[in-house]
Design a protein around this ligand. Structure first.
Ligand SMILES: Nc1ncnc2c1ncn2[C@@H]1O[C@H](COP(=O)(O)OP(=O)(O)OP(=O)(O)O)[C@@H](O)[C@H]1O
Length: 352
């Protein structure tokens, strides 16, 4: 081959290589854009609004409406918690969102990356983050609205709370929540510690299916403390004993908190129940003593009526395993799901 044709060959090969590499980059960028499909509005009312991809043109239309209607004046308050107030934003007769106004405003890249990672997590037992609005004074997180609110409202004994959950509904919620947490712990990359498992963070969709919410929020609000925190993150009554010594959020800490939620489902009592403080005890200590004496029926929620005691005992046992003082003796959330599925594989098969 002559020198000039060799040069031509090299130029052609380099050109083809250049075109291929550029095309790959473009495809990857397009895929990323398609995956997120963000409607990204810089300068929206003094802040930045981001709506993550939803599937289908119908959702896109509702995203546009959401963008237009997002104003705190249009919203009614549905609840409030440690990080801020939650509002209901109705954009038309068929579509509404839950908007959480965080008490602080931030718009740094770390905050945005964290939210993008949260939005990537899609599971039938996890509340989807739909978008956010970041402004210097406050931030808004836009979530799917869960029409049946949170589990704690169903378990409380207020006079206005007329609906009570039967055993099979509670079992379904227990397994749904376990599946959601297990997904965060075992299937997400990187694996996610929730850090604030409690009944008010277990929301219920239109079918009373459990959806875990607020994961990542503790990290979002304390960005420098992903795994070790010096102040207590999480909620008193749900925190694993070792947390008070180490200040360390762990997977097994989530398992403990989930065990407390199981006790709430079984007893219908809150860990913050005033009678425990009056009697100088705690929900966990009270139930552990009763289970040791094999008198579970005495602490079972009296609103449950007749229940299959074999199943009830099985769930009590799982709760006790999750509440082991030694974190190493607690099961993983994957094991909890398997244990719960052992009792009712037929009825629960559809929920997987
Ligand atoms: N996506 C949602 N859909 C419907 N209701 C919601 C939604 N998110 C929150 N809520 C309601 O708002 C209430 C307050 O929620 P929020 O997460 O702010 O506080 P919390 O979970 O009670 O406490 P904390 O902030 O300490 O986790 C919840 O108990 C629930 O009833």
């Amino acid at each position: 081959m002559s020198k000039s044709s060799l040069l031509g060959f090299y130029i052609t090969v380099s050109f083809i290589g250049f075109v291929i590499s550029k095309s790959i980059i473009l495809i990857l960028l397009y895929k990323r854009w398609k995956r997120k499909h963000m409607i990204n509005e810089e300068g929206y009312a003094g802040g930045k609004m981001v709506i993550f991809r939803s599937s289908g043109p119908q959702c896109l239309e509702s995203d546009m409406k959401l963008k237009k209607t997002l104003s705190l004046n249009n919203m009614e308050v549905i609840g409030s918690g440690g990080y801020g107030t939650v509002y209901k934003l109705k954009i038309d007769d068929s579509k509404a969102f839950a908007v959480k106004k965080l008490n602080r405003g931030t718009a740094d890249k770390g905050f945005e990356r964290e939210l993008e990672a949260m939005a990537d997590i899609k599971h039938r037992n996890i509340v989807t983050l739909h978008g956010y609005y970041a402004a210097p004074q406050y931030n808004l997180l836009i979530y799917e609205l869960m029409p049946n609110g949170s589990l704690d409202n169903f378990l409380c004994r207020r006079a206005e709370q007329k609906k009570t959950l039967n055993w099979s509904a509670r079992y379904r919620i227990a397994i749904g929540a376990a599946r959601g947490i297990s997904y965060l712990h075992h299937d997400c990359i990187p694996h996610i510690i929730h850090r604030d498992i409690k009944s008010s963070n277990i929301l219920l969709d239109e079918n009373m299916e459990a959806r875990v919410s607020d994961f990542g929020l503790a990290t979002l609000m304390e960005p420098d403390k992903t795994h070790v925190s010096t102040i207590v993150a999480g909620t008193f009554g749900y925190l694993a004993p070792e947390y008070f010594d180490t200040g360390r959020a762990t997977f097994k800490g989530d398992v403990y908190s989930y065990g407390v939620v199981l006790l709430e489902l079984l007893t219908g009592r809150k860990p913050s129940d005033e009678t425990f403080a009056e009697e100088g005890t705690k929900l966990v200590t009270w139930v552990k003593a009763v289970v040791q004496e094999k008198k579970e029926e005495l602490v079972l929620d009296d609103r449950l009526g007749t229940c299959p005691m074999q199943e009830v005992n099985h769930v009590f046992n799982i709760a006790m395993m999750c509440l082991e003082s030694d974190p190493l003796k607690r099961p993983t959330m994957e094991e909890v799901v398997n244990l719960l599925e052992q009792t009712k594989p037929d009825k629960l098969a559809t929920a997987s």
